[in-house]
Design a protein around this ligand. Structure first.
Ligand SMILES: [Fe+2]
Ligand SMILES: [Fe+2]
Length: 269
């Protein structure tokens, strides 16, 4: 962030505007892409409402950027959130676990820190926008949690292990804190799902290694576990491949880089 020629508040606001723009596209993508699944109408209505919220959030960000003398497009942006969309395109469970339940949950983790930082910089108006957006993001994560439970129940699958497996295989970088546990629990995300420090020892070690490798942008996919190995069946089940490994490795590494940047942005002085 220090390398950016933009004022810090503008830099943060621009990052947020970019997230909101992608969030609009992601919500509509979920509606359209999974329309062939014939899910209940409430599913599509929920994600249409999310898209509506995101477009309002984007409008707030752009209005404030303009008040500060800038606009959306004043600095380069990344394509990483959309890549998170692509990697979950073939699997509704993966879409819910990665986008609303993890990417959007990052907004719950960072919202309070970001708004306090903006207050500290004297920008109360931008801080209020960030606070309001973070509050509304709770409903988006809750939509993901609700439908994840529904599809797992429909498939007769235990949602906790399924969530852990998807995150570990597709996006181990999203298993990295800091987490706002109170905010996440408010929307029905149990810490035992996303906080690998609470997992059984074998799986916890695998997750720690994957997170560390992802942080170094060297993630090479979850390690293979031989059938009947000492790692146990829970670990083997958690590591079963769920999508094209090569593409996932590339995206996981890039997502990890983005998440590190987010944490740095929210915590640097
Ligand atoms: Fe939003
Ligand atoms: Fe959202």
């Amino acid at each position: 962030m220090d390398a950016s020629p933009l004022p810090k508040a503008v830099y943060m606001l621009h990052n947020l505007a970019h997230v909101e723009l992608n969030a609009i596209d992601l919500a509509w993508d979920t509606v359209v892409r999974f329309s062939r699944y014939g899910l209940p109408a409430a599913f599509y209505a929920d994600f249409a409402r999310v898209a509506d919220d995101e477009s309002r959030h984007l409008a707030w960000c752009i209005q404030r950027l303009r008040e500060l003398g800038f606009d959306y497009g004043s600095m380069p942006a990344h394509n990483l959130l959309w890549e998170g969309c692509e990697m979950s395109a073939a699997d509704l469970g993966a879409r819910l676990a990665i986008v609303p339940m993890s990417q959007e949950a990052r907004g719950l983790d960072a919202g309070d820190r970001l708004s306090k930082r903006l207050v500290g910089m004297g920008d109360n108006r931008t801080a209020a926008i960030v606070r309001q957006i973070a509050t509304e993001e709770r409903a988006h994560v809750a939509v993901g949690v609700t439908w994840f439970h529904a599809i797992c129940a429909g498939a007769g699958v235990d949602p906790g292990p399924k969530f852990r497996r998807l995150l570990l295989e597709l996006c181990p970088g999203l298993l990295k804190g800091p987490f706002n546990d109170a905010e996440r629990q408010l929307v029905g995300l149990p810490a035992a799902w996303y906080d690998a420090r609470l997992w059984e020892p074998e799986l916890r070690d695998v997750a720690a290694a994957a997170v560390a490798a992802a942080s170094k942008a060297e993630y090479a996919g979850a390690p293979a576990v031989a059938a009947g190995s000492a790692a146990g069946s829970a670990v083997a089940a958690a590591l079963a491949p769920v999508a094209e490994p090569e593409k996932l490795r590339r995206i996981a590494a890039r997502l990890a880089t983005m998440l590190d940047l987010e944490v740095q942005t929210a915590t640097s002085a």
